[in-house]
Design a protein. Structure first.
Ligand code: FES
Ligand SMILES: [Fe+2]
Length: 380
């Protein structure tokens, strides 16, 4: 099934937009209630009904490069541990010892077993409990049914997804996600930073090109365009393509010589809170993990698009690309945090998204749809 346009078709559509001064548009505007960015009740609902019930990216496959690799982090407020077992199969567990609940691993690395730091209960990569120190004191504990608690996980096209609270057919959503990561990528670096804003405001900053001139006047705008984008929707997900001015050169050469590398930035929103941004030399996989309704942890894996090319020249080029992108992201972060602070003014009952902000409307419409079809018990 074709979910997204191939590179040639993307270029053709962008050249048309550039020639005509047009951009992709939504059918209508969208108004999102401000309370959806400020309410703790709403965040709890998003966690319980969407972030835990939908296949959400936990990390890129290359974050677990070999048998024994592991990665521990919180997802939707719950500590999880992902491992790649001896056979290369990815497994995800609740990161909680079956004795008294201590987290058995932190951060990432490579191990053959996880020894709980509190009293030393020991688990294999497949989660099985294999050792209890002074076991005689636990006559009623059957090791064979006290392994780490598994969470449903799947690996597809270079990304590892988890569903913490599965519903029937929830994994069907993966059929709607195209391959976005090349096979030969590897992790250049990992980073995380906290943004003082709701996770959706952060996501919105990457999903439209209407702000390029005003926000990125001296960074992206000199190389790109204001409000000229291609927006593709696939399932509850979508992709926006931002062209660089140098794409115009392609109009003068035969179509079979068109190459997209270096001529666009593409950002895919994998519903709901994951962004896959492909730039010239690297791809960022960014998980926007809400900490509170007004605070988000942006966890980023930067993958090299250049395969095994690790010459000093290639590295310098990637670094330049990364530094440049970081300048633009800093500008976005300032906007995003200012918006969140501004919400406290009560000036707006809703935030308004125009027809040029199509991918954002798509995200909100889908969130609303999923939330309204899920019924959860209100937490006290
Ligand atoms: S809490 Fe893990 S061994 Fe005691
Ligand atoms: Fe931006």
């Amino acid at each position: 099934m074709t979910l997204i346009l191939d590179d040639q078709a993307v270029i053709a559509q962008l050249l048309k937009h550039i020639e005509n001064g047009t951009t992709d548009e939504a059918d209508s505007m969208w108004r999102e209630p401000v309370s959806n960015y400020t309410s703790n009740k709403r965040l709890i609902k998003e966690r319980e009904s969407v972030l835990k019930r939908w296949p959400v990216v936990f990390c890129p496959s290359v974050a677990l490069p070999e048998p024994g690799s592991y990665l521990a982090r919180e997802a939707a407020g719950a500590p999880l541990l992902a491992t790649r077992d001896k056979e290369g199969v990815v497994r995800v567990f609740k990161n909680a010892c079956r004795h008294r609940g201590m987290q058995v691993a932190e951060n990432s690395g490579r191990k053959n077993t996880f020894v709980c730091p509190y009293h030393g209960w020991t688990y294999r990569l497949d989660g099985e409990l294999i050792q209890i120190p002074h076991e005689a004191g636990f006559p009623d504990v059957d090791k064979s049914c006290n392994g780490l608690v598994a969470v449903e996980a799947r690996e597809q096209d270079g990304l590892i997804y988890v569903v913490q609270d599965p519903t029937p057919n929830c994994w069907d959503a993966l059929n709607e996600i195209p391959k976005l990561i090349n096979d030969d990528q590897f992790v250049l670096n990992e980073s995380e930073y906290i943004v003082d804003a709701n996770w959706k405001i952060f996501a919105e900053s990457s999903l439209e090109g209407y702000h390029i001139k005003a926000t990125h006047r001296e960074t992206f705008y000199p190389y790109g365009y204001d409000n000229i984008n291609l927006v593709e929707l696939f399932g509850r997900n979508g992709r926006i393509t931002f062209p660089f001015r140098r794409i115009e050169k392609l109009a003068t050469i035969p179509q079979d010589e068109w190459r997209i590398d270096g001529r666009v930035t593409q950002v895919s929103n994998l519903f709901p809170n994951v962004l896959v941004a492909t730039l010239s030399h690297f791809t960022n996989v960014v998980v926007l993990e809400p900490i509170t309704e007004g605070k988000t942890l942006a966890r980023t894996w930067t993958l090299s698009n250049r395969g095994a090319d690790d010459t000093p020249e290639a590295k310098a080029e990637i670094q330049r690309d990364q530094d440049f992108n970081a300048l633009g992201l800093r500008e976005d972060q300032d906007m995003v945090e200012s918006i969140q602070r501004g919400l406290a003014s009560d000036a707006n009952s809703h935030l308004t998204f125009g027809k040029y902000e199509k991918l954002i409307s798509h995200l909100h419409r889908n969130l609303q749809e999923v939330l309204s079809t899920e019924s959860i018990d209100e937490k006290p």
